[in-house]
Ligand binder design. Structure first.
Ligand SMILES: Cc1ncc(C[n+]2csc(CCOP(=O)(O)OP(=O)(O)O)c2C)c(N)n1
Ligand SMILES: [Mg+2]
Length: 325
């Protein structure tokens, strides 16, 4: 792997981490409205996978979507503005954290509906196949959502029609407050691939290079018309399910133990050992991104709120005078 790519993998992870650390602070201090799920601890997955994609490829995301969207190239200032509820945000301030999208970047949307990305990913894969482009779609999803019907329907159809979809499971051991093993029929989500006749791969989701390599292989297969792959990334969510979660379902010791596997700290150590980066270069990366975060906040704070009449735009109108969201 070339050194430029290694540095970019680090940069992407740090970009997600620093954005979210600031979002957490702003949310806890009452500046941000809405509801926020943090991706802290899972950054290696979005960074590894999206670094193996082209701009024209698609992703579907989840309620924990900041990392996916940033890694696919979203603008931090428009994301921050969306979280502030401002008109310059990705959804004109009307969607919030769980609905960020950018069709120009192939980001088909974060999604407040758990398991909501599965059918969309099949649609994106089918459109690429019918249009005979070599685009692929990555469907990010959590361990909990793999127990929804949409998961099974989606894998079956993508496999039956040999669609270019890569399923990336972020197994962070919990679905909200529920430990995964108490509600899941298999030890590994990747085992479910067998039921659909597609490859199932397990990777250390806190090792960005391992994630990148697995994603690259699966993406190549999909581009070559060889159909879908299910990649299960074993990881851990360091923060609560949502900002403000009292976290009564897990011990502080468990969190401490898992924090030692922090994907960013581990990667930086590895880069030092391989002489890819110096401490100064890493500090430069952090400083550049801290500046990006400050600029994003200034942009958001200086942006206007949506107008009251904007509440009735961007809706599907089915009958005159009746609006459906
Ligand atoms: C259809 C649906 N059911 C329930 C919820 C409430 N809910 C939000 S997140 C979540 C847990 C999802 O767990 P997982 O898929 O493992 O993702 P993680 O939060 O761990 O990233 C639940 C049950 C929802 N948003 N949508
Ligand atoms: Mg989970």
């Amino acid at each position: 792997m070339d050194q430029h790519l290694k540095r970019n993998l680090l940069k992407t992870m740090v970009r997600i981490r620093l954005f979210e650390e600031k979002v957490e602070e702003l949310f806890l201090s009452g500046v941000l409205p809405g509801f926020v799920h943090l991706y802290i601890g899972e950054e290696a997955i979005a960074s590894g996978v999206c670094s193996a994609l082209k701009k024209s490829d698609y992703i579907t995301s989840t309620h924990r979507g900041h990392g996916h969207v940033l890694a696919k190239g979203a603008r931090m200032d428009r994301m921050m503005a969306e979280l502030y509820g401002k008109k310059t945000g990705y959804c004109k301030g009307k969607g919030g954290s769980m609905h960020i999208f950018d069709f120009n970047l192939g980001v088909l949307g974060a999604n407040g509906v758990v398991g909501g990305g599965f059918p969309i990913a099949v649609g994106a894969g089918l459109s690429a196949k019918l249009k005979r482009t070599d685009e692929v779609c990555v469907c990010f999803f959590g361990d909990g959502s793999s127990n929804r019907g949409t998961f099974h329907e989606s894998l079956n159809m993508a496999a039956a029609w040999n669609l270019p979809v890569i399923y990336v499971c972020e197994n962070n051991r919990y679905a909200a407050t529920t430990p995964t093993h108490t509600t899941t029929s298999v030890n590994n989500i990747a085992d479910r691939a067998t039921g659909y006749g597609i490859p199932g791969v397990i990777v250390d989701g806190n090792n960005v290079e391992e994630v990148y390599s697995a994603a690259k292989n699966a993406i190549e297969r999909a581009r070559n018309g060889e159909g879908p792959t299910l990649i299960e990334c074993k990881t851990y969510r360091i923060k609560g399910h949502f900002v403000g979660d009292p976290e009564r379902y897990r011990s502080k010791d468990e969190v401490k133990e898992m924090k030692a596997l922090d994907p960013i700290e581990r990667y930086i150590k590895g880069l030092f050992d391989e002489n890819v980066c110096t401490i100064e270069e890493v500090e430069e990366i952090y400083q550049g991104i801290r500046n990006e975060v400050i600029i994003a906040i200034k942009f958001a704070e200086g942006s206007p709120n949506p107008e009251p009449e904007d509440a009735l735009t961007d809706l599907y109108v089915m009958e005159e005078g009746i609006y459906y969201a």
